[in-house]
Design a protein around this ligand. Structure first.
Ligand SMILES: [Zn+2]
Length: 336
């Protein structure tokens, strides 16, 4: 096959053309979160020939993800999503540069992760990370393509102030923790999450060609199905895109904890910690319980908890009731 032929079915589109394909090849997209939406978006962007793709996710693949997260298969369970997704997409398109980064996105990591991005894609599952991405996107004047999906309902919006409202204009107040439904409690219809991911990919491709953001919120009913457009106005007192406050970006935390989408898993990301020798740690912990490697991570089963340790010192701790218990397990088995 002539490799120049690879994009023929889209360069023939008058909306894209050869010039559009060159813009794709020169573009850098950062996808934050590789669940259902991020799987679909990253896959379509790789196939469309986006020249640089950075794929970021803090989590490992679980069997429950396979119902809708189309980049993963059964042998991938327990491996970091970012690593598996990068492998899969490198096999899909060897002509582009793909990075998989298994990191938590928070105020101390986000600037590095989105550096040089032409567009930031929201594949996250929580409001706090969306507010953070919204702030960093507004601060850098980079478009941010928001997407969300729960049960049979989804939303998509391209955000690029001052031409559009921002995510904070759309959601001015943070609801108290525990009041929002999560994919664990409300479920998710897999055809809907794929629709939302596809809409996001379409927005990204259009934005990279220099098309204006639609400025509308797309509200998707994946069951009926139906898509509505809702005009979202900028709020004249928006703390993020009008007043320039950096509430989430400026948050200083010495040790970062984040619970993962309604589950009993907590991610611990110690700030002052270097690389961990996972083989040595595996040998040490092997005496206490089952410890084994899964790709680039070490899995340890202790005291009824599954601890997934990453080479940079971060850990996912499953089966804990609260942050205090997660910190205790981390200190005891990984060390601080
Ligand atoms: Zn705003």
């Amino acid at each position: 096959m002539d490799r120049a032929d690879r994009y023929r079915r889209q360069t023939v589109l008058p909306e894209i053309g050869e010039a559009g394909q060159r813009r794709f090849a020169a573009a850098h997209a950062v996808v934050i979160g590789l669940g259902a939406l991020g799987s679909v978006t990253a896959d379509l962007l790789a196939r469309a020939g986006i020249g640089r793709l950075r794929l970021v996710d803090r989590d490992v693949v679980e069997l429950v993800n396979l119902q809708r997260q189309t980049l993963y298969t059964e042998p991938d369970v327990d491996r970091p999503k970012a690593e598996v997704a990068a492998e899969r997409l490198r096999a899909t398109n060897g002509d582009i540069a793909i990075e998989g980064i298994a990191k938590d996105v928070h105020s101390r990591t986000v600037e590095d992760l989105v550096r040089s991005a032409d567009v930031i894609v929201d594949g996250t599952d929580n409001l706090e990370t969306r507010f953070l991405l919204n702030e960093v996107a507004v601060a850098r004047s980079v478009p941010f393509v928001y997407g969300g999906a729960i049960a049979t309902q989804g939303m998509v919006m391209s955000i690029h102030p001052p031409r559009t409202a921002c995510f904070r204009c759309l959601t001015p107040k943070t609801p108290p923790p525990g009041t929002l439904p999560t994919c664990d409690t409300a479920g998710i219809f897999n055809a809907l999450s794929s629709q939302v991911g596809s809409l996001q990919a379409g927005e990204v491709l259009r934005l990279l060609l220099g098309e204006p953001p639609s400025g509308d919120l797309l509200v998707v009913d994946g069951w009926i199905p139906e898509i509505q457009r809702i005009r979202v106005a900028r709020r004249p007192d928006c703390p993020t895109c009008v007043r320039g406050e950096r509430e989430y970006l400026g948050a200083k935390r010495s040790q970062v904890l984040a619970s993962i989408c309604g589950s009993d898993t907590i991610s611990i990301d110690p700030v002052h910690r270097g690389p961990v020798d996972l083989d040595a740690l595996g040998t040490r912990l092997g005496r206490l319980g089952a410890a084994r490697r899964a790709g680039s991570v070490l899995l340890v089963d202790v005291e009824g908890h599954r601890v997934t340790v990453f080479a940079d010192g971060r850990a996912l701790i499953r089966g804990v009731a609260d942050e205090a218990e997660a910190r205790t397990i981390y200190a005891k088995y990984v060390g601080v």
